[in-house]
Design a protein around this ligand. Structure first.
Ligand code: IMP
Length: 426
């Protein structure tokens, strides 16, 4: 059975954690294929809130195999912390339920130091990264100087590679960024400690995944971030450092493209983004603050307040087209209760021209203005609805209009953080 990919269709934080958690009930393996602990998923099960940064959200279903594929950059300090937290809560009872690719790259302390120092030096023009070392780790991967998870198990090779890297990075940190140097001995000691903790989980995940698919295993590929943060297709340079579109899932997990049979996009019923960069439908007024408060729009990874705004159909339509989204999960519709009218961005205007797809240059992004359509709102709370027919007529009309604008049907509708606050339309 071909694999399903789940991707974010906006700027991240679309509520993927809850949706992956629901979809994970029907699969055997959940795989993350890119990014690192810049991602953050909040999942609420039986009133208990769990925040996951690295381990796939499927981990809250005992028996699911959670894989971290070759496309990831992994901070072992964060990963071992997450494993310990999950174990303390009774999850991950078996080592066999977590598989970590030998080919994934390691985030090192100098990656974090470089990320943060560069952001400080950028001042007002900063990207607003999560400061987790993601970009610098991917730089080393592409420069072919990175250290991979599997390298930890080659005692001599690891020592040599780390020595070379620490020398080079300390030179850069001190001479260019004006930072203090890092200690080789400290990094070596902590990383050999992580190596021993991670040993039971490390494997050739790509081979295991291909074998599982060949014998009928049901696989879900869990995207992190959102399409507009994609390094090629997003609002460059205000993006993350990996490819987040569905096309990247095969490479990042170690599968051939035809192994993927279905793509599910997650879209929030309005728009948010954290960090800097263009956001045409942003609301900087009291309404934006209301969305932030009602939607609890604070980063699950960094706690930063998210910028909030109207639903942008141009962005979601682009994500649908780029990733071949078959169906959407629309989240947080309940947050819009009481706002009337509701505005939806249907196109952009740039220099007297109407754009129905996003521009491809940073200057165009800065200059465009959104074209809105107004829709009537509703007053009734939605959180107890369990079928489409339970929703107020204007909420249904809002969803129908979004579907028509973005070109993909809605299969799941989320109206609260709990698993049961979900309407299945398929
Ligand atoms: P980085 O991925 O830490 O380098 O950050 C680059 C940009 O992507 C920043 O604007 C971050 O706020 C944003 N970003 C990265 N991961 C996420 C995510 O999971 N949700 C929302 N924004 C993210």
């Amino acid at each position: 059975m071909p694999a399903t990919v789940v991707i974010g269709t906006q700027w991240g934080d679309e509520g993927k954690g809850k949706i992956v958690d629901i979809l994970a009930a029907d699969v055997d393996i959940v795989v993350r294929f890119h990014g690192g602990n810049n991602a953050g998923h909040t999942v609420v099960v039986k009133g208990e809130k769990t925040i996951l940064n690295l381990i796939p959200a499927g981990v809250l279903h005992p028996g699911r195999i959670c894989m971290m594929g070759p496309g990831l950059v992994i901070d072992p300090e964060v990963l071992t912390g997450e494993i310990n937290t999950l174990r303390a809560r009774g999850y991950l009872a078996s080592d066999a339920w977590l598989r970590i690719s030998e080919q994934a790259h390691l985030i090192m302390p100098y990656h974090r130091a470089i990320d943060r120092a560069r952001e400080r030096l950028r001042g007002a023009g900063k990207i607003g990264t999560t400061g987790r070392g993601i970009g610098p780790a991917y730089e080393d991967k592409m420069a072919r100087t990175g250290i991979r998870v599997g390298d930890l198990f080659d005692e001599t090779g690891f020592r040599e590679a780390l020595g070379r890297s620490v020398r080079e990075k300390n030179g850069y940190l001190q001479a260019i960024l004006g930072e203090a140097p890092l200690s080789f001995d400290d990094i070596y000691a902590s990383y050999t400690g992580y190596r021993d903790l991670l040993r039971p989980f490390v494997s050739d995940t790509g081979a295991e995944l291909r074998a599982a698919l060949a014998t009928g295993g049901r696989v879900l590929l869990e995207g992190a971030h959102g399409t507009m943060l994609d390094v090629d297709h997003g609002t460059y340079p205000f993006v993350t450092s990996s490819s987040v579109v569905a096309g990247a899932a095969a490479a990042g997990a170690g599968l051939p493209p035809h192994a993927i049979g279905r793509v599910i996009g997650i879209a929030k019923a309005y728009t948010t983004r954290v960090g800097g960069g263009p956001f045409p439908t942003e609301l900087t007024d009291a309404l934006g603050e209301r969305l932030r408060a009602d939607g609890d729009e604070y980063g699950s990874t960094t706690g930063r307040p998210r910028r909030c705004g109207w639903f942008d159909a141009v962005v979601v339509r682009q994500a649908v087209v780029l990733s071949g989204v078959d169906s959407l999960a629309l989240t947080k519709l309940d947050v819009l209760t009481g706002i009337d009218p509701l505005r939806v961005c249907v196109a952009y205007e740039l220099g007297g021209r109407r754009l129905v797809s996003p521009p491809t240059t940073g200057t165009a992004w800065e200059r465009l203005t959104p074209v809105y359509e107004d829709l009537p709102g509703w007053r009734e709370p939605l959180s107890r609805a369990r079928a489409l027919g339970d929703l107020p007529v204007n909420a249904r009309r809002y969803v129908e209009r979004l579907v028509a604008l973005v070109g993909a049907r809605v299969a799941l509708l989320s109206i609260g953080a709990q698993r049961e606050q979900t309407i299945r339309l398929d």
